[in-house]
Ligand binder design. Structure first.
Ligand code: IMP
Ligand code: MG
Length: 184
């Protein structure tokens, strides 16, 4: 038997940081903004697995333009909880980025080190443009300007789960973004 329910009576579920309704409203706004900004182009959305898969699915459908979708998976070397900045590509893109208008779709920017690596790596492939769309930005954790074109919400430092974000692969299916009150 599985002792940990991924349901509303799970004691590890903390307060709602961003509600399902707020996410839906903001994703619609981001989609409209991207539709306007890319009016004459076909953006290639690059989702960073696994955390971005829920956001990516909603964002893609909020864009009223032809889009193409691809995914990559990265993992950071070193300590489990903090990004070291040394990133390994676990699954690379299927599509060629040459001349494409690429939008990196991320779940959350914490230190920003993963994104810095991705940006450098993808820029080297010769896209026509490269922008970033992140659902969440953890306040005050980044050094330097990350050049984030689209951000859903700035949130406080607490660790969060839901809407794609996990702890040991759990909780990605929660509709709200919540704090995590379980064992670290
Ligand atoms: P960064 O390189 O420090 O910006 O780390 C970003 C990555 O760490 C995200 O793409 C997430 O996969 C993961 N991450 C950071 N904060 C959280 C969190 O609060 N909940 C779940 N995953 C997180
Ligand atoms: Mg993760």
């Amino acid at each position: 038997m599985d002792p940990a329910p991924s349901s509303s009576d799970d004691p590890a579920l903390g307060e709602v940081v961003v509600s399902e309704a707020d996410i839906a409203r903001r994703v619609a706004e981001l989609g409209a903004e991207i539709s306007t900004d890319y009016a004459a182009r076909t953006p290639l959305l690059v989702g960073v697995l696994k955390g971005a898969f829920v956001f990516m699915a909603d964002l893609a459908r909020a864009i009223d333009r032809p889009v193409e979708c691809d995914f990559m998976a990265v993992s950071s070397y070193g300590a489990a909880t903090k990004t070291s900045g040394v990133v390994r590509i676990v699954k690379d893109l299927d599509l060629d980025l040459t001349g494409r208008d690429v939008i990196i779709v991320e779940d959350i920017i914490d230190s920003g080190l993963t994104l810095q690596y991705l940006r450098r790596n993808l820029l080297a492939r010769g896209p026509a443009s490269l922008e970033v769309c992140a659902l969440l930005l953890r306040e005050g954790q980044q050094r330097g300007d990350l050049g984030l074109r689209y951000v859903g919400f700035s949130i406080p430092p607490d660790f969060v789960i839901g809407y794609g974000l996990d702890v040991a692969e759990r909780y990605r299916n929660l509709a709200d973004v919540r704090t995590y009150e379980g064992a670290p």
